[in-house]
Design a protein around this ligand. Structure first.
Ligand SMILES: NC(=O)c1ccc[n+]([C@@H]2O[C@H](COP(=O)([O-])OP(=O)(O)OC[C@H]3O[C@@H](n4cnc5c(N)ncnc54)[C@H](OP(=O)(O)O)[C@@H]3O)[C@@H](O)[C@H]2O)c1
Length: 106
C-alpha cells in the first residue's frame, strides 16, 4: 500500500512519512519480484523492501523479535536500488492494508 497521493502531498508540505509495517507484516517477503531483485544484488527480501522505503525518503521502522533479523534490517545503508529495481517494486502496489486501514470508519 504505497499511498502515492498522500506521500506526494506530504512531500509538498514538508511532512515526514513513516512506512507503516514496511515489511508487509512479513506477508510479501516471498514475492517473486522482490526475491529476484534481492538475489541479483546479494541482499535479502526484507533488506530490499526497507531500502525501497529509504530510497523514497520514508522512515522505515521494521519490527523483529530476533536479533539476527534486527541486524539484517539495520544493514541497508551500504547499497542502493537502481531505477529498474525501483520501478519494479513501485509496480507491486496492491493497495493492501496489513493492519488498521484509516479509510475504515467503523
Ligand atoms: N502493524 C501494527 O498493527 C502496528 C501497531 C503499532 C505499532 N506498529 C509498529 O510498526 C512497526 C512495524 O511492525 P509490523 O509488525 O506491523 O510490521 P513489519 O515490520 O512490516 O513486519 C514484521 C514481521 O516481519 C517479520 N520480520 C522482520 N524482519 C524480518 C526479516 N529480516 N526477514 C523475515 N521476516 C522478518 C517479523 O517476524 P519476527 O519478529 O519473527 O522476526 C514480523 O512477523 C513496528 O515498529 C511496530 O512497533 C505496528
Amino acid at each position: 500500500m504505497q499511498h502515492r497521493e498522500t506521500r506526494a502531498l506530504c512531500k509538498e508540505k514538508g511532512i515526514v512519512v513513516e512506512a507503516y509495517s514496511p515489511l508487509t507484516h512479513g506477508k510479501r517477503l516471498g514475492d517473486p519480484t522482490v526475491a529476484k531483485i534481492a538475489k541479483a544484488i546479494g541482499k535479502t527480501p526484507a533488506q530490499v523492501l526497507l531500502r525501497w522505503g529509504v530510497e523514497h525518503g520514508l522512515v522505515t521502522l521494521p519490527k523483529s523479535t530476533r536479533e539476527a533479523r534486527i541486524l539484517e534490517n539495520a544493514s541497508i545503508f551500504d547499497f542502493t536500488l537502481d531505477e529498474t529495481a525501483m520501478n519494479a517494486l513501485d509496480a507491486l502496489d496492491e493497495g493492501r492494508a496489513t493492519g488498521w486501514d484509516p479509510r475504515d470508519q467503523d
